[in-house]
Design a protein around this ligand. Structure first.
Ligand code: PGA
Length: 241
């Protein structure tokens, strides 16, 4: 695990965007795993800036998002489809057919999950996966549990996640209770992983991620087993390591 501590959120966002752009330069057919949440917003803004400046070209890039709430339609303002369009896809030259986000509204979610992993496999696997991290150690929506799932699956969101994410909804009650997420195996099979964390609220989770024991009760700790993980932190997120 390589840990890089940046001065602030803006620096972190710039370095993350440079890593993505660099990977696309090396391989213009990159299969890129993407994350939602507040943390990657700055990285997306910087990638849009780079695209507009002619520094990165998404023509042949394929993307797979980590997760989506179950039951939120793609045009729901809190859906991750909506988030990705607003923060990235509407502003770059990615082909719509190359964008993949789990369909949380599918009438057959088991099949959707199975098919999502198949699509990743057919695309050649994820080359670079961007991750955020929950205060409870979740990555994607792989919540702390006695057992974790390998493949993309339907998951019950933890009370902590529902509480933390309720800031985006009008009330706690409106937060979906379930989501579709890539599994731990799907994530761990990515060739490279870049995990982003910013702010004091993530400091304890980062300590456990980089130096805690491996446990399914803290899914991000399993990243210590991956051979190519870079953790990008601002000073606050790094304050306990
Ligand atoms: P955040 O979410 O970037 O909004 O903190 C990260 C996560 O829950 O994975």
């Amino acid at each position: 695990m390589i840990v890089k501590i940046l001065e602030n959120y803006m620096e972190l966002s710039k370095i993350a965007a440079s890593m993505v752009a660099g990977e696309i330069k090396r391989n213009d057919k990159l299969v890129l795993g993407l994350a939602t949440g507040s943390t990657p917003e700055g990285m997306y803004a910087e990638l849009i800036r780079k695209f507009k400046a002619g520094e990165v070209d998404f023509t042949d890039v394929t993307t797979f998002n980590l997760d989506e709430y179950a039951s939120l339609a793609p045009d729901h303002p809190q859906s991750y489809h909506f988030f990705m369009n607003k923060h990235l896809f509407d502003h770059i030259n990615i082909k719509p057919e190359n964008i993949n986000i789990p369909d949380g509204c599918s009438s057959d979610l088991d099949h959707e999950c199975y098919e999502y992993d198949l699509r990743i496999e057919e695309a050649g696997g994820i080359g670079l996966q961007i991750l955020g991290i929950g205060t409870n150690g979740h990555i994607g929506f792989n919540e702390p549990a006695e057992m974790l799932c390998v493949h993309t699956h339907l998951v019950d969101l933890s009370d902590e996640t529902i509480k933390v994410n309720s800031r985006f909804f009008e009330s706690f009650d409106q937060v979906p209770r379930k989501a579709v997420t890539m599994g731990m195996g799907t994530i761990m099979h990515a060739e490279k992983i870049v995990l982003l964390a910013s702010g004091k609220s993530k400091a304890a989770a980062i300590r456990q991620t980089v130096s805690g024991g491996l446990t399914t009760a803290f899914p991000a700790s399993l990243l210590q087993l991956h051979k190519n993980v870079t953790v990008l932190l601002d000073r606050e997120a790094a304050s306990l390591i």
